[in-house]
Ligand binder design. Structure first.
Ligand code: NAD
Ligand code: TYD
Length: 343
């Protein structure tokens, strides 16, 4: 199987590529990534010499490049490429609309032109908006995004649905809850809190800290995506979640306890604008149809994640200092003129 992964240098995409290469010996992966601030080739340093793996630097918004690439025949495309941080979208939504909406439409169009047999659009639970203290969103729940990030992802989902209905493009949408695990950029709450705590710096907790997220380990997410890629039904949407709701303040306390740091490091700060109170997903469809279930218990996965950041201090310090960007230039300087050899 020859798979194009877009956004594979980020958190979830890099975990997905590593798993794919480890589990599917017959598989070839091309990773198309723009290497924004969130794209880090160090995340894939252990597979970069694998002959089944190829990296192409470029944007999913580049119509010519995407068309040329998809013209080289792929069995599937999995789209992770996105601007992914809510706080950044509140500062400036432009890049979110460009990549998440126009970029996804560029991929859909190229998949249609080149008759790619399968596309997976990796989306988020945030497209449903915030839910009250009880209940869970199903795949049939209406889209009601609140942040510019969530709105741009919802727009991409609607375009994917339109390409399925209008052209019969075999696209599948996945909507996952909040992920955590190794290689997550330390702007997201869990790695931010872990790395701040390791440096004895305050953990900035928004508002009252009682906002609830449903945590999913990135390995469980990647496993769900692999099953959906193989057996999911085109035109369908699948919710993916850990069924593991925690309030932010409890997550902060767990992290501090795991590191033996005092709770006095928690600093209540001004709330995020339009902050969604609670996300919760019903994952019954994925369980019934494809037999997937999350395996990693949050408290165990979080402990392991804390240990991973503890033992990868050089990685997160380079990320926080912005020095990780030099890795690309050192490692890929031969490709800087861009002549991708993708077979
Ligand atoms: P991330 O920010 O860590 O990585 C995004 C990657 O996309 C980076 O490597 C970046 O360089 C690349 N990228 C950005 N713009 C691009 C463009 N125009 N062309 C090509 N590459 C581009 O994000 P993540 O947390 O790994 O999330 C991956 C996907 O999963 C996103 O679509 C996100 O919406 C979705 N998602 C994330 C979570 C989560 O908790 N992290 C939860 C649900 C869904
Ligand atoms: P985040 O990791 O940004 O993911 P999302 O907004 O996509 O759910 O935030 C997770 C939760 O943590 C969210 O309720 C906002 C909160 N949060 C903080 O309290 N402090 C922070 O510094 C950040 C980044 C997030």
């Amino acid at each position: 199987m020859r798979i194009l992964v877009t956004g594979g240098a980020g958190f979830i995409g890099s975990n997905f590529i590593r798993n794919l290469l480890a589990n599917e010996s017959e598989c070839t992966v091309v990773n198309l990534d723009k290497l924004t601030y969130a794209g880090n080739l160090e995340n894939l340093a252990d597979v970069e010499k694998d002959p089944r793996y190829h990296f192409v630097k470029g944007s999913i918004c580049d119509v010519e490049l995407v068309d040329k690439l998809l013209g080289t025949k792929f069995d599937a495309l999995v789209n992770f490429a996105a601007e992914s941080h809510v706080d950044r979208s509140i500062q400036n939504a432009t890049a979110f609309v460009e990549t998440n909406v126009l970029g996804t439409q560029t991929l859909l169009e190229a998949c249609r032109r080149h008759r790619v047999p399968r596309m997976v659009q990796v989306s988020t639970d945030e497209v449903y908006g915030s839910i009250g203290p009880t209940g869970r969103f199903t795949e049939e729940s209406p889209l009601a995004p609140n942040s510019p990030y969530a709105a741009s992802k919802a727009a991409a989902d609607l375009l994917a649905g339109a390409y399925f209905r209008t052209y019969g493009l075999p696209v599948i949408i996945t909507r996952s809850s909040n992920n955590y695990g190794p290689y997550q950029f330390p702007e997201k709450v869990i790695p931010l809190f872990i790395t701040n705590a390791l440096a004895d710096e305050p953990l900035p907790l928004y508002g009252d800290g009682l906002h609830v997220r449903d945590w999913l380990h990135v390995q469980d997410h990647c496993q769900a995506l692999a099953v959906i890629l193989r057996e999911g039904r085109p035109g369908e949407t699948y919710n993916i979640a850990g069924n593991c709701e925690r309030a932010n303040i409890d997550v902060a306390r767990l992290i501090l306890r795991a590191l033996g740091k005092p709770e006095s490091l928690i600093a209540h700060v001004t709330d995020r604008l339009g902050h969604d109170r609670r996300y919760a997903l019903d994952t019954g469809k994925l369980e019934r149809e494809l037999g997937w279930r999350p395996r990693i218990v949050f408290e165990v996965g979080l402990q392991e994640t804390v240990r991973w950041y503890e033992s990868h201090e050089a990685w997160w310090r380079r990320v926080k200092d912005g020095e990780y960007r030099e890795y690309y230039h050192k490692t890929y300087k031969d490709l800087s003129s861009f002549s991708p050899q993708f077979h």
